[in-house]
Design a binder for this molecule. Structure first.
Ligand SMILES: NC(=O)c1ccc[n+]([C@@H]2O[C@H](COP(=O)([O-])OP(=O)(O)OC[C@H]3O[C@@H](n4cnc5c(N)ncnc54)[C@H](O)[C@@H]3O)[C@@H](O)[C@H]2O)c1
Length: 276
């Protein structure tokens, strides 16, 4: 879908803020790419999927947007370092990191998990993001940039449902990462927050939940708004947290879940079978 062009598109490279987005080729990552571009930022879009990333970057470049694609498997730490260096070389700065790349990984129960596979989700969702926060945090400090980092938590960080428990563990740990990074980086004016999406209509969710009518219904019926979330709605929250509008917000987790966690926490719907 074409994105609205604003006059900010014409900013020169060194007037622009620069955001590094991981997992940018589809889903929440790609929606966030479009949001930042629309707001006049330059985007360093990274993903493990070369073909999809190249196609998206080519199309947006043809529309006149300032976007550069970098093929990156975030779990390959030498690649992370190389890409961060390349971005700094090209733009001279980084103002925001969106640690979005994520996988569901191994889907067993406690009784049958494979100890060799249970780390899959953590590798991508937690450790890779943590290392990128170190690399980009060092750029912020070195260049005296009061930058922002946004991580992706989840409903699965707060409670167990049909989501794989290894995924839930990784997202609960992301909450700890967000708090620790906010604590360590606050003295430099660097903010670290997370968004906690509810069930969002992306390739990941369509594959696992949305395509199963029972889970699709169950997910929407647990929300106050009785619906799934659009990737663009997560992107808006990520942009807000990354922008100066959120200048006093750090160490926070922002649920973007149509009220799913509110009902879980109050258990309202399971106690009262009423409309309000
Ligand atoms: N969709 C939801 O309902 C939902 C809910 C809560 C949290 N989340 C989280 O939101 C984030 C984005 O999820 P999504 O729904 O857009 O998923 P998605 O599968 O549609 O997109 C994820 C992207 O990450 C990329 N990726 C995967 N492994 C990678 C790696 N090792 N290195 C680099 N890139 C890699 C994929 O290629 C893909 O482009 C994830 O962290 C996910 O856990 C999603």
């Amino acid at each position: 879908m074409p994105i609205n062009k604003l006059e900010t598109k014409n900013k020169t490279t060194n007037e622009k803020k620069v955001v590094l987005i991981t997992g940018a080729a589809q889903g929440i990552g790609f929606a966030t790419v479009k949001k930042f571009l629309k707001e006049g930022w330059a985007v360093a879009a990274t993903d493990i999927k070369k073909k999809e990333l190249d196609e998206r970057v080519k199309a947006l470049t043809a529309e006149g947007y300032d976007i550069t694609g970098y093929v990156l498997d975030v779990t390959k730490y030498n690649q992370d370092k190389k890409v961060v260096d390349q971005i700094v070389k090209k733009y001279g700065r980084i103002d925001a990191l969106f640690n979005n790349a994520g996988i569901v990984g191994h889907r067993p129960t406690i009784l049958n998990f494979d100890p060799k596979l249970i780390h899959q989700a953590e590798e991508v969702n937690l450790w890779a993001g943590l290392y990128l926060a170190q690399l980009v945090g060092r750029v912020f400090v070195e260049k005296k940039i009061k930058g922002s980092i946004v991580n992706v938590s989840s409903l699965a960080a707060s409670f167990v449902d049909w989501s794989p428990f290894g995924y839930g563990i990784s997202k609960a740990a992301v909450d700890g990462f967000t708090r620790a990074a906010a604590f360590h980086l606050g003295k430099y004016g660097i903010r670290v927050n997370s968004v906690a999406p509810g069930y969002t209509k992306t390739e990941m969710a369509i594959k696992y939940d949305y395509s199963n009518p029972k889970l699709r219904k169950a997910a929407e019926s647990k929300t106050l708004l009785n619906r799934w979330i659009e990737p663009s709605e997560i992107a808006n929250a990520v942009y807000f947290l990354s922008s100066d509008e959120a200048s006093a917000i750090t160490g926070a987790k922002l649920p973007v879940d149509a009220g799913y966690t509110t009902t879980k926490e109050s258990n309202l719907k399971s106690i009262y079978d009423e409309d309000n």
